[in-house]
Write a protein of this length. Structure first.
Lengths: 412, 412
């Protein structure tokens, strides 16, 4: 048992928001407020920027009910940032400033809720504090719809986005085949480097109403093969639904979304509408059929009304375990999940992973889950993702519209 | 009381699908199956095309539970069409064929579920049958997310789409202001001529998390004024969210979505991504701020997981009342709604409107509900639409994904 460390804590949120990142925030804040060794709970506005700018909210002044609504409130309630910390060996300005703020508020706990980059930020801050001899426990709370953090079975936020995507695909499937004339429907899904979210569209396919074809960034994209795939499916079934990851790229590494020309399709004009529009244009030009490109855009990461209850509960747990572990002496770690799926049952156990191992690492969809033709994922994906999307929360509503948390955000 | 008319009925669906058009289908089918004077219930595949092609499903062979799931299944379960009937005085080929099919199956009731054009189709068929002396009762069942049918207070399908739009805007609002850098978010919403759906985004605004600016096709669009509006809001609030109807047009009547150039923005290249991308491009070029264009696309009309229970129940009622009224002798009518909103209470009464009066008429958002600057709608819209979106259905699910109706579709 480590020594008892008494002092304030700072919690911050970083990177792209999710439907459930605030459930983790609530897990941290509620647990910290309830523990006598944490003297004050401070929320950093816009992540580490709020620390640097001394913009810290006194979370103890928030109404308990409003705080509880964070479980159902999408996007980062404290505000987020995309701020890259310098290497402290080259430029320690930011770190000195953080130390100054930590001293000012007697901060002994720092909890940072984010993805790869945030774990890196955490790690750097922790190493710096150790070097200058300032006692402080630094912990990462995972979140990313991209699901690409190393070691952990999955990441808070992924499942709710996956559920939004699968449900939306199932509804689009009904809609896109309603006429007696066929249609190709191309759905663009987030994920620059890892195809987890796009692969989740296969949940709809296995439920009987999803994409016929799925393309991930884990493998190279070939425009000729794509057009031939669509042509074949359309001729066989009279309709074709496609899910594509925004990060699909040609064999030379260039993103299809940025392609001005390709050897086969010859469309070379400026594109505004993103990947779905580019592919829709290519299909229309080559096959001459009715095509609709649909970008799920920000909706997929903020669609809290379709959040997975499992995801909400696990996100809360990640926040709660982070604080409890830090109080017990842990530092330089991220709480991740070790899961077991067996005969239809699913268990999820929180586990600590060293920040140095999760920072800057990236987990992708296993190549063995992708079929030989590179246009579909296998049953493994369903077995993996289905337990994660289970359960519907009782959403707080006002006049049948969402009732999100309203924070006072009183500066400390 | 009219004479009892015994015979088969045909029900068909036409035009763009909605989240609840199948609730009306269920209202028709369930009521017709339960009445002894309707000898057989036939579902036309792809609307009137299924009649012309003799593709009629025997709805009596469907499983009762699967039929009940139609209340929660988006898109037109029987298939839809966009087939324009000729003027019978000029070309009566189709009408002769319909009469032939009616005689073949002893069809004495024809129920057609659709928007303006479908009411016109209904009307023409009815007049033809009267002229040739074939006894048959022809009724229209309203549906359209556009909410533009005349006389009726509102149309089945509108409220669920409105709820999807308002909820999505509220979630996007949380997401689009998460960073310490501002953003302009432009949401493109359906509606070529009537702005009801885009106006419904104001439900989010009045709930405290919606568009700052709303542009409808009821008034002319001015690009200079638009850019000045966005600039002002962005400077005042640090962010700006805009809802635009796909049908907004310049004073000369040309759609903004088809504009190649305008006097002020000077962007003249081919556009693929639709209106949201065009406006996002114009804002970026003029104001140099971060912009995101989001098209709600087909999602807004098939998002049954956000359907309004009020809308589902009213849609079912429209189908049920159609059959009961026809059995009682009514013909050449559409069931619409007469509603009262008073001191927070809302009542909806089904009323019959003559098809001749609803066919080809179009109801738009009253100009008095649009502000002087033409960039927002007033409280009247909220008072009108809020009662319609109330209530959440208990959605049938399998593994936390939607469980839609699976029809056998046995040909008669």
């Amino acid at each position: 048992m480590a020594d008892i460390l008494k002092g304030a804590c700072i919690v911050g949120q970083s990177g792209g928001p999710t439907s459930v990142i605030n459930a983790s925030l609530y897990g941290v804040v509620r647990t910290a407020l309830d523990d006598p060794n944490i003297t004050r709970v401070l929320g950093a506005e816009h992540g580490i920027r709020g620390v640097l700018d001394d913009r810290l909210f006194d979370m103890g002044q928030e109404d308990a009910y409003e705080l509880s609504l964070l479980k159902y409130t999408p996007s980062s309630a404290l505000g987020s940032c995309r701020y890259k910390m310098a290497d402290p060996d080259k430029d320690d300005t930011d770190y000195k400033r953080i130390l100054e703020i930590f001293k000012k508020y007697d901060v002994r706990y720092f909890f940072y809720n984010g993805g790869n980059d945030s774990m890196d930020t955490c790690n750097k801050i922790s190493k710096y504090m150790q070097r200058v001899g300032y006692e402080c426990r630094v912990m990462g709370v995972p979140k990313t719809i991209d699901n690409d953090l190393a070691h952990t079975d999955h990441c808070p936020g992924f499942a709710s986005a996956a559920k939004y995507i699968a449900t939306s695909c199932m509804e689009l499937y009904q809609d896109a085949r309603v006429y007696n004339t066929g249609m190709v429907c191309i759905v663009e899904i987030m994920g620059r480097h890892a195809g987890w979210l796009t692969a989740a569209a296969a949940l709809a396919t296995y439920a009987g109403a999803g994409p016929d074809l799925i393309y991930l960034p884990e493998v190279d994209f070939d425009m000729d093969a794509f057009l031939a795939d669509v042509d074949r499916v359309y001729k066989e079934r009279g309709n074709c639904m496609v899910a594509v990851s925004e990060g699909i790229h040609y064999a030379d590494g260039s993103f299809v979304s940025e392609a001005k020309t390709s050897a086969t399709d010859g469309f070379g004009h400026a594109q505004l509408g993103g990947l779905a529009a580019i592919l829709a244009d290519a299909v229309k030009a080559k096959l001459g059929v009715k095509v609709r490109g649909i970008e799920l855009s920000l909706l997929q990461r903020c669609g809290a009304h379709l959040a997975s209850l499992t995801d909400i509960n696990e996100s809360f747990m990640a926040g709660e375990r982070t604080v409890k572990n830090a109080l017990a002496g842990a530092t330089d770690c991220m709480v991740g999940f070790s899961c077991e799926r067996k005969d239809g049952s699913y268990t999820c156990t929180p586990v600590l992973y060293p920040l140095s191992e999760v920072a800057n690492a990236e987990k992708k969809v296993p190549l063995s889950w992708i079929n030989e033709e590179h246009n579909m994922v296998g049953r493994e994906l369903v077995d993996y993702a289905l337990p994660l999307i289970q359960g519907e929360p009782e959403l707080p509503r006002e006049h049948s519209l969402p009732r999100f948390a309203k924070l006072k955000k009183v500066l400390a």
